[in-house]
Design a protein around this ligand. Structure first.
Ligand code: 4NP
Length: 150
């Protein structure tokens, strides 16, 4: 059976679409299913932020097949691993968990490279383009670690 991995941020337009695209570029999509979602509803149905699309494109990754969607309680059943970008995403997702086995699926993505340090992927939405490149680099490293574990 395929391993199913969900990337979660707030808007599902900046960080989690990048995480989805980066991880997909490193795995066999016949073996692993990767998706992303936002805890907020504002960008449902929308393309990723043009700055995320651009930075991914600079690294050979296409995000234009992605559309925003909101995280739902059903995602706990549908996915094996739920990687959140920051502490507030984690809190919002955990609020919807029905039991400890669901809660155990939720992990800060940067725990992969900075275990037990509670490091957030900074939200680049209100910053400049450089923020997106730096988010890309962090997520690229974290996804490399995720691949090693699969
Ligand atoms: P993301 O960034 O959570 O990385 O997708 C954001 C995008 C949009 C908003 C907040 C964060 N917003 O408030 O609309």
């Amino acid at each position: 059976m395929k391993t199913k991995i969900l990337m979660v941020c707030l808007g599902n337009i900046c960080r989690s679409p990048l995480a989805e695209g980066i991880l997909k570029s490193k795995i066999d999509t016949n073996m692993v299913f990767v998706d992303s979602a936002g805890t907020g509803h504002w960008h449902v149905g929308q393309l990723p932020d043009p700055r995320s699309i651009e930075v991914a494109k600079n690294h050979g990754i296409d995000l234009t097949n992605q559309r925003g969607r909101q995280f739902t309680q059903k995602d706990f059943e549908a996915f094996d691993f739920i990687f959140v970008m920051d502490a507030s995403n984690k809190e919002n997702v955990l609020q919807l968990a029905k039991n400890t086995s669901e809660a155990k699926k939720v992990q800060l993505i940067l725990d992969e490279i900075f275990p037990f340090e509670n490091v957030d992927v900074p939200d680049p939405y209100y910053g400049g383009d450089q923020g997106f490149e730096s988010v890309y680099q962090m997520l690229d490293q974290a996804c490399q670690e995720i691949v090693k574990r699969l």
